[in-house]
Ligand binder design. Sequence first.
Ligand SMILES: [Zn+2]
Length: 178
Amino acid sequence: MDDSRWERFARGEGCPLDAPRPGSNDYWDFVVSLSVSSLCLSKNQTYRGHCQLIFDPRHVARVDQLSAVEWNALSADLFKAQAAIMRAVGADHLNVESLGNLVPHVHWHIVPRYRSDPRWGSPIWLTSLDDMSDTRACLQGNSERSWSSWRRRVPACNAGFPPSPRLRWTAEALAEAG
Ligand SMILES: [Zn+2]
């Protein structure tokens, strides 16, 4: 990562997570707006149900730079999103991580974990993006061929995930979570 690029992002110059953002791009599909954040389903579903919760009102690089009011609201959103995602995917565990090492804008990775997943017992970040990128084909194409390829290559996905739900299951679960 180019430090000067990171510094520019940290100052909010060209920050790719500042609103308005595209609803859909190579990295996510928008799911729903919460009180001060947007929940997006990651394109890469190596960890089934992996979402990002992005702080919306302004550019903030770190959680400690939020006001108390903003933090309370974001915490409530994070709580609601976690409950909805767990209800949607029935994971064995849930990782919640705020990193900002690539894009320093406050956002949370909400990562369902499964006993069968590739890194159970370890952080997911040991898996390189190159190793994870194959999962995108399934989500975008929804074809049986890409689904079969995905299942073969990603053991975590072999249990219980139908080939073409894309956003539907998460959005419905969020609606149920109120
Ligand atoms: Zn930003």
